[in-house]
Design a protein around this ligand. Sequence first.
Ligand code: CMC
Length: 432
Amino acid sequence: MTTKRLTLTDPETGESFDLPVREPTVGPRVLDISQLYGQRGLLTYDPGYTSTASCESSITYIDGESGTLLYRGYPIEQLAKQSTFIEVAYLLLHGELPTQQQLEEFDHSIRTHTMINESLLRFFNGFHHNAHPMAMVAGVVASMAAFYHDSTDIHNPRDRDIFAYRIIAKIPTIAAAAYKHMRGQPFVYPQNKLDYCSNLLHMFFAVPSEEYEVDPVAAKALDLLFILHADHEQNCSTSTVRLAGSSGANPYAAIAAGISALWGPAHGGANEAVINMLEEIGTVDRIGEYIKRAKDKSDPFRLMGFGHRVYKSYDPRAAIIREMCHRVLERLGRKEDKPLFELALKLEEIALKDEYFIEKNLYPNVDFYSGIIYRALGIPKSMFTVMFAIARCVGWVSHWREMVVDPSTRIGRPRQLYVGPTRRDYRPISER
Ligand code: CMC
């Protein structure tokens, strides 16, 4: 096969040279600049990586113009309707939908690795009761590196599998321990008879003094949210996991780095920020004031849950969650949840008619409506991003595994456009 090439001319030397163009299976062509510095002494500049493909990947595809999201080729709408989070996890990790037997074996493996070492559990006593749960979860996940020395040879496929299954199985238990610590309630051990999301709800909301029945509507709603959050190609936290992992770091430490990156309000922290914003807006008549603030460049306020680096149309995940809000609130919602949802709908309607949002292609993203569901499930705001992290863990692990076996993987090491002082001589303090 002949490689297509793109010719460039260096205005300084007048020399022309060409670079290979890589063809994806679908999506924009990619100019391969990997030899550019070695051959031409030139670097590229791309803050925020808006035009940079950092790796080859066959896990997730997004078309931001049409609002398409595919996991291993399967449209998110079909998975949301017909699949389960555990099946999607298998798909993302292994590349294909499982057979019945493969699914049963995978589900069994995850269910039977949910307990965490009791010493890890004791770590929570060291946190203040008002510690943010993302800080606790990131810290405890990083600490897993200190516990599982038996299986962290990243070049051993079996060790990679054990790591993958362990972290996916245990992260809900760690999240639940963080929640119980915040609430001052006793930790509730996992119940392996329960499916992934039912087990999570049980660990969160059961108390030793009462019977607790998991509501199947709540478990199903959580499962659907987890499917939607499971992966999103080379986003900030996934790229962080890849970058940390590219040095050969312990994989639990790489996942902890991803959790930290996810926490920010421009990324996974937006779900918490959306509810804070809606509560602050309070009533429909105040929406105009906040839209005005979002458009004012001298005001740092942004409409949280709006806009996306890749989607320049409606985020397909937001469309599914908005639809889901109607059903879930009907079945579960407390009376205070509906007005918040109605306020969000109105805010969306007003923003989407506003010239500023139209011109900049700003639409609701996955975080705009997800907090409304989490809230209806009884999950406190500070735990929303932890929920996102549990689901996204599957994506992080899938990308980490892909990276480790990719022969083109090298340590991630970007360069820079240096704009600091040129060489100068040190002056003794008495002469400054
Ligand atoms: N409210 C008001 N203006 C906005 C918003 C917003 N939410 N988002 C983008 N803009 C404006 C921005 O000011 C800029 O205007 P101009 O061209 O005049 O300077 C233009 O739109 C492009 O924005 P950008 O910041 O250059 O775009 P980006 O791709 O660097 O950032 C984003 C994407 C998601 C960080 C941003 O849209 C944002 O801050 N949104 C609010 C936070 C949010 O909802 N984050 C969740 C993202 S989706 C889930 C996830 O990643 O976890």
